[in-house]
Design a protein around this ligand. Structure first.
Ligand SMILES: Cc1ncc(COP(=O)(O)O)c(C=O)c1O
Length: 418
């Protein structure tokens, strides 16, 4: 039996169009951003059509409706992540990048005596497979505080090398910031060992869940991490909305990020005090329609069931890895089996530049990503400065995988390599 799509393509208006002069759109760039179902597009536009007003401000009916919709979205996110402290632990930001910058920047502002205050000799641990968004903010925090950045290297298969975990995560370590699933390799990281060790030495764990929240059931209590971030737009939601979840007592202890309206408790001409979390981190009029759209996206995903999403992607990944193994001169960059890996498959083709591969695939209607995928140190360590990446989601099926493989073989013919 062939693997059919889990979500109805009819739910996604973009699949009504064609590309490359009338060809079916085979969208395999879900690691970059996902397509949006009509219910999400309508929920965002209905907010503007019917309820638009600044949340948490006016006493009028529209402001109350807008606030209700915005706060309901927060509750949906909390449920989706199984946040133990409920909706108050959910901070709306504009992206995962902003969530990570919020953490690193505010930690850098922590006064001495605060648990997040860093100084020379302290350590921040990352890995060599981080997206720039979960690397550069920590580099900058080290530069500001004198803390040292250290990282997990990789095994030849593209998994974290945990052999030096006890040396890396030591009593000097304050923060471990790690990706849940690599946006290049597809590797799902073994969090248990890392979280256990981090907590043993009193460090907090920041999880970059951009590539996992859209693809599997997430329970922050079971994962036992301290902070988690993801972007709405990779999970069927709008752009301009990101999430930071944190344990309430830690969010309480962090200094504020941006200053201005809505994040205050009391203001005089010379001083101010801060509102409680989450308002403390949401200065200014937030991205309301986008938050509401994200709530609808997560409800849509919950309707399908996140375990079903995960199983669908594992089955499709297994199929695609198998089909790709028939392609001559291909190198899969990352694990070649489905054990602890998701549906992101990067590869190189001997003697054809990834950009040329990507362009040829595009001419066949197959949309992929090429380049270093915002993980330049990883690309260097893999000795694959650029690669082509196919990333799967709920609306993809076996035919999409076949179209990719046919187009790669077509590229090899076109460039005279077959
Ligand atoms: C693993 C990972 N972390 C962080 C990000 C940054 O997400 P955004 O650009 O939505 O802020 C991405 C985006 O590709 C990602 O894949």
């Amino acid at each position: 039996m062939s693997l059919t799509a889990l979500a109805m393509r009819e739910d996604f208006p973009i699949f009504l169009r064609t590309v490359a002069e009338g060809k079916k759109l085979v969208y395999l760039d879900n690691g970059a951003t996902s397509q949006k179902p009509l219910c999400v597009i309508e929920s965002e536009s209905n907010f503007y059509k019917l309820h638009n007003a600044a949340v948490h401000r006016g006493a009028h009916q529209l402001a109350q409706e807008a606030t209700e919709a915005y706060e309901s979205a927060r509750a949906i996110v909390a449920d989706f992540l199984t946040a133990p402290g409920g909706a108050d632990e959910i901070i709306f930001t504009k992206s995962a990048t902003e969530s990570l910058n919020l953490l690193a920047y505010t930690m850098g502002n922590a006064p001495s005596g605060n648990r997040f205050a860093l100084s020379v000799g302290d350590r921040i641990v990352v890995s060599e497979m981080e997206h720039h968004a979960n690397l550069i903010p920590w580099q900058q925090l080290c530069a500001r505080t004198g803390a040292e950045l250290v990282w997990f290297g990789l095994t030849p298969e593209g998994r974290l090398d945990l052999s030096s975990i006890d040396d890396l995560i030591s009593t000097r370590t304050k923060i471990v910031a790690i990706t849940h699933q690599s946006n290049v390799l597809g590797t799902i990281n073994p969090l248990d060992a890392i979280v256990d060790r981090a907590h043993k030495v009193g460090a907090v764990v920041v999880l970059d869940a951009c590539q996992s929240v859209p693809h599997m059931a997430i329970d922050v209590t079971a994962l036992d991490v301290d902070f988690l971030v993801f972007s709405g737009h990779k999970a069927l939601g709008p752009t301009g909305i990101g999430i930071l979840w944190g344990r309430m007592h830690l969010l309480d202890e962090l200094p504020p990020f941006l200053f201005g309206g809505s994040m205050i408790e009391n203001v005089t001409m010379t001083s101010a005090t801060w509102a409680a979390v989450p308002a403390k981190f949401e200065a200014g009029v937030p991205n309301m329609a986008q938050a509401v759209g994200l709530g609808t996206a997560l409800q849509y995903l919950s309707g399908i069931g996140m375990d079903n999403v995960h199983h669908h992607e594992i089955a499709l990944t297994s199929y695609l890895l198998n089909e790709l193994s028939r392609v001559p001169d291909i190198r899969i960059v990352g694990p070649t089996n489905t054990q602890s890996r998701g549906g992101t498959i990067s590869f190189t083709i001997k003697d054809i530049h990834p950009h040329d591969v990507g362009q040829y695939l595009d001419s066949q209607g197959v949309v992929v990503r090429t380049g270093h995928h915002c993980a330049w140190p990883l690309a260097r360590s893999l000795k694959a400065p650029a690669s082509t990446r196919a990333s799967l989601y709920i609306y993809n099926d076996e035919k999409d995988c076949d179209a990719l493989v046919d187009a790669i073989l077509g590229a090899q013919k076109y460039f005279g390599r077959l």
